[in-house]
Design a binder for this molecule. Structure first.
Ligand SMILES: [Zn+2]
Length: 93
């Protein structure tokens, strides 16, 4: 189940779409404990997500807007969960 913490509800739909594209591509993942999205820093996954956004944007959104939103989400997501202790990252599979 998705649990996405949202700070800008006005663009929740497009943002939620961008997050799902990034998740499907494996560019981000969700912290299992806290639900925060984490950037996996995988350039190939990012390319896949951007290609998917370009190929299949939401109905009422242009390709440029869709790609821009995916980039914006990537920019806004850190590579660690803000609630996880830093020592716990990068060690577990
Ligand atoms: Zn966490």
């Amino acid at each position: 189940m998705l649990m996405i913490k949202e700070r800008r509800p006005a663009i929740r739909t497009l943002r939620g779409w961008a997050i799902s594209v990034l998740q499907e591509a494996g560019a981000i993942r969700e912290c299992e404990e806290h639900g925060w999205m984490q950037d996996r820093a995988d350039p190939h996954a990012r390319e896949r997500a951007l290609a998917a956004a370009r190929r299949d944007p939401p109905d009422d959104v242009s390709r440029d807007e869709a790609v821009a939103e995916v980039c914006d989400v990537l920019d806004s997501i850190g590579d660690t969960c803000p609630e996880c202790p830093p020592e716990d990252h990068g060690v577990n599979p």
